[in-house]
Design a protein around this ligand. Structure first.
Ligand SMILES: [Mg+2]
Length: 317
């Protein structure tokens, strides 16, 4: 048996530890507690701290060794706030106002069948821009999605912003159904690594669901300091899903969408291989000798299974 490694396991939250926009299941909650007895565990999500607490519990900052909200722009270590950054400090007031004013003008001149409120949401580490306005209803949102398939509204807007503000060092990400996320380069999830990469870990494992290029886990997933694992899911559902409802970043947009919430209420989130594999870590099967084999098996087998009812789940176990 080789010496036990010092391992940190970092989890994305939405779509990885919890179902999209939902809370931690009791099953997963217990498992994390078990995992924490063997390795350090941290969470990194794109949402702000209040939303993170809704999903992980009021003790979200204390129950994990590390808790990063807004990708680490707000950083906690063992319950203590260790860093808080802001896009205001990064850009400076002058640039920020130029950018916001340009967006406000663009939005004001943009015509849609309906427009609602909250066109720009300002956060510590991110600006969220919506042409229709984040206060739109669920029906209005779907109508916008349909229109945008033709109109490519956000794609066009992003192109203009990229050209106009090319020297600002900003990233424009089309997330969710109705909005654009704007943040400084390097402020995606890999931002949080600066708080853990000097803590003497032999390995930092990251688990996320959007690890593909363009996904919000991509940068940390491919980062040289992490061993990245993709958590995917198999959805047992004959019904067609909304094509564009594929990005967990949209959680912020859906706070008031009861219908959408109900849809997720009906789904059960089952952790399967993720538990099996992490249990290998607990059982210390994980050592240098079988490292490559183990990593391969992680990449290959980890997935989450969402099933709507127990009968359908049984088909898969
Ligand atoms: Mg996710």
């Amino acid at each position: 048996m080789t010496e036990t490694k010092k391992v940190l396991v970092l989890f994305d939250i939405d779509g990885t530890l919890t179902p999209s926009r939902k809370t931690l299941t009791e099953d997963m909650d217990n498992f994390i507690t078990e995992l924490q007895t063997k390795v350090d565990v941290g969470v990194v999500g794109g949402s702000d701290l209040p939303k993170q607490k809704e999903q992980l519990g009021e003790n979200a900052t204390t129950r994990f060794k590390y808790s990063f909200s807004e990708n680490g722009v707000i950083a906690f270590e063992e319950g203590k706030l260790i860093s808080k950054s802001s896009i205001t400090d990064k850009l400076g007031e002058e640039k920020l106002q130029k950018f916001l004013n340009f967006c406000l003008h663009y939005i004001a001149d943009f015509e849609l069948p309906v427009k609602r409120g909250t066109f720009i949401e300002f956060r510590n580490g991110m600006i969220n821009i919506s042409l229709i306005g984040r206060n739109c209803s669920y029906e209005e949102r779907l109508q916008y999605v349909e229109l945008e398939k033709e109109g490519q509204f956000r794609q066009k807007f992003v192109k203009i912003l990229q050209e106009k503000f090319s020297e600002y060092g900003l990233v424009f990400s089309i997330g969710g159904q109705i909005s654009i996320d704007v943040f400084p380069q390097g402020w995606s999830k890999e931002y949080c690594l600066q708080f853990v990469n000097n803590k003497g870990y032999d390995e930092i494992h990251f688990f996320g669901d959007k690890t593909y290029k363009g996904g919000n886990d991509y940068e940390i997933f491919i980062h040289e300091e992490t061993i990245g694992h993709t958590v995917t899911y198999l959805k047992v559902d004959d019904e067609e899903e909304d094509e564009d409802d594929s990005d967990s970043d949209s959680d912020r947009e859906n706070d008031n969408n009861d219908e959408e919430e109900d849809k997720f209420e009906k789904e059960l989130y089952i952790f399967y291989d993720i538990k099996k594999i992490l249990k290998k870590m607990i059982n210390k099967e994980y050592n240098n000798n079988n490292k490559n084999k183990f990593i391969k098996s992680i990449s290959k087998h980890i997935y989450l299974l969402i099933a709507k009812n127990e009968e359908k789940q049984k088909q898969f176990f």
